[in-house]
Each structure stands twice: as C-alpha cells, then as structure tokens.
Ligand binder design. Structure first.
Ligand code: ADP
Length: 340
C-alpha cells in the first residue's frame, strides 16, 4: 500500500532510487566480473598477494581517472579480497579537521577507508592525513591560542584508498604518501560491449549484438555511461512494447537522448561549435570558452574535454584549445581553407 510518504516523493527521486538499486545489481563483485583494466588488476594482484603473505594491510592506494570508470568498484573489490570492511567518505563531506579525526579514530584494525573526490580535501585536512598515512598517528590540537596543545593518538593499521578525477589537484606531499598510484584509462569498445552484454544478462534484457554495438559506440568508453544507455534503451523498448532491444530501438533511444553516434551530447557539440564559430577554430583559452558557454571551467576541463581529446576532436595547445578536422567533419562545418 502506498504510504503518505510515497505519494509526496518527487518523481525524479523515484527514478533515482530505481537506478540506484539497479546499480547495486550491476556492480561487479569479483575480479572476473570486473571487465578490462587488465594492467591495474595485475598490479593490484601483486600488491594484495604481497600484503597477504606478510599478514599486513595493503599500502595506501590512489586511483585516478574519469568519473564512472570504476574506481569505487575497484576499491570495493580490494576490500572484499582483503576481507576488510570498507568505510566510505568523500573530500567534500570532510569539512573540518574534526570530521576526519572522528573518522580516523573510529577505524578498526585492517579497515579500509575510501575517500572519493580526494582532490576536494582542503589543505588543513590533508595535513591531518599525512601523519595518519605515514606513521598511523592522529595529531589533535586541543584548545586555542597560547594554551593549545597537541595530543597524539595511535591509529590501528588501516589502508586509505583515495579516488580522484583530478590527480594534478592533489598536493605533492599527499600524492607521495600513497604506495601505488593507479590510473584508470578509458575502456576499449570491446570491453564496453562485454559490460553491456553482462548488464543485459543480469537485468534479463533481450538485446541484439547490433544494438550492443550501437550503444557501446556512444558510451564514451565508460562503464557507467554504458549501463545508463542500456537502462534508457530498455525503457524505450518497454514503452514501445518491443520485447527486444534491436538496432533500430538503440538508435532511436540515442536520438531521443540527443546523443550522436560518437557519444557526443548537446553540451559537447555546443563546445565544439563555439570553438569553430566564435573563435575561428581556436586556439581559445579554456577560461574564455567557459565564459562564452556560461559553463564552469572545471566542468569543461574535467567532464567534457577528456572525451573530446580522446576522440581527437580537439587538441590542447599552449595557446588554448583548437578544433581538429574531425570536429568540422562531424558537425558538417567548413574549415577556413574550405571557405577560401
Ligand atoms: P567511479 O568510482 O570511477 O566513478 P564506479 O566504480 O562507481 O566509478 O563505476 C560506475 C559503474 O560502472 C559501477 O556501478 C559498475 O556497475 C560499472 N563498472 C565500473 N567498472 C566496471 C568494470 N570494469 N566492469 C563492469 N562494470 C563496471
């Protein structure tokens, strides 16, 4: 029976909740289910085996790479393999040094502490982390001014796993305290196809190989996007009473979402058009581009650009961003030479 609470729940929240429970179903629980990123899995294997042999917690690890590439999933797999409970927090959630002190002082031996968005930890918090990572000490300042004193607390052996999309924003002293820094790269198309195939199987979705290929091509080489496209394609097929997601419904789903065959969304195309139409193809500084698009500079650098660079649609030069020939072709625009 629907309760009063259910009735007042906004629609988007219901969707978000449904998506979240699907995400839990789709999350790989074993190394075998974690598709691709073979070099990282090999590296981790060595680190984990060595730690197990010494009966010690593993070294602190830093995972970096674009959102949705599987950093959190990887951290969970490490924790599972070490049979260690994982406590999760994130850079923006730790506002005060006291927040971190509370988290650290509650750790149990061999716990894994996962900090997502580690580049958003402020410097003062980083400074509490250094001794905790290096010598398992928590220094707390008690009192203020002349009467202030520092108390040191011993922490149990624990492992910090940090994840970030922007490793260059982490301070060097923090970076240097990780035993291993592992970069997650974009997946290749074959891996993305396997991820879609696996997810479809788990969700009981009937999908043709052609549809898998179409969705994979538009998935920005990113598992989270691949799963999202699959879910939207399932919705589309359901609404149109199609028992199977075939090539046509995959294409129609992408059209409905305004995603083109390269996986570009409206904002990506706007960015490329702006470089070409407003700035003569570039070079244009990212700050200027951000202002022209009324967009946050960080979002451009962190979210949009990496994929456009990966596809070779734009190029970074010391003078700014330049649109490559492929952008002109993709957007059906004439280059300066063609206009002459
Ligand atoms: P990140 O922490 O890098 O933002 P997540 O670990 O949250 O990314 O991964 C996003 C989603 O993509 C996960 O819920 C999972 O279902 C899926 N995923 C990520 N990596 C893989 C992989 N290697 N194989 C299969 N599915 C994956």
């Amino acid at each position: 029976m629907a309760t009063k609470m259910d009735k007042v729940k906004p629609k988007e929240e219901e969707y978000a909740e449904e998506d979240r429970s699907i995400d839990t179903l789709l999350r790989p629980n074993t190394w075998a289910e974690y598709i691709g990123q073979e070099h990282i899995k090999r590296n981790l294997r060595v680190i984990i085996d060595a730690a197990k042999k010494r009966s010690e917690p593993i070294d602190h690890l830093l995972f970096y790479g674009q959102a949705g590439l599987g950093k959190t999933t990887l951290a969970r797999l490490v924790a599972r393999e070490m049979a260690s409970p994982m406590k999760t927090t994130s850079g923006p959630a730790i506002e005060k040094t006291g927040d971190l002190a509370a988290i650290l002082s509650n750790l149990e031996p061999s716990d894994i502490l996962f900090i997502d968005e580690a580049h958003r930890l402020n410097r003062m918090i980083e400074e509490v982390l250094y001794p905790a990572m290096e010598s398992r000490k928590l220094h707390i300042v008690i009192g203020k001014g002349a009467g202030a004193r520092t108390v040191s607390i011993d922490l149990p052996p624990f492992t910090l796993i940090a994840a970030t999309t922007r490793v260059n924003l982490l301070s060097e002293p923090l970076r240097s305290r990780f035993g291993a820094i592992l970069r997650l790269d974009y997946y290749d198309e074959g891996d993305i196809e396997r991820i879609i195939e696996r997810s479809a199987k788990i969700l009981g979705i009937d999908i043709t190989p052609e549809a898998i290929k179409i969705l994979a091509k538009a998935a920005r080489f990113t598992p989270r996007v691949a799963n999202r496209l699959l879910k939207r394609a399932r919705d589309y097929a359901e609404v149109h009473k199609k028992p199977t997601i075939d090539g046509a419904s995959a294409k129609e789903t992408l059209e409905m979402l305004e995603i083109d065959e390269l996986g570009l969304e409206v904002h990506d195309r706007l960015l490329l058009s702006a470089i070409i139409d407003k700035f003569g193809g570039g070079p244009v500084g990212v700050g200027t581009l951000a202002a022209a698009l009324n967009e946050d500079r960080g979002v451009i650098e962190e979210v949009y650009e990496p994929y456009l660079l990966k596809l070779g649609l734009i190029r970074r030069t010391p003078a700014g961003r330049v649109a490559e020939g492929l952008s002109y072709k993709h957007l059906d625009k004439k280059t300066k030479d063609q206009l002459l």
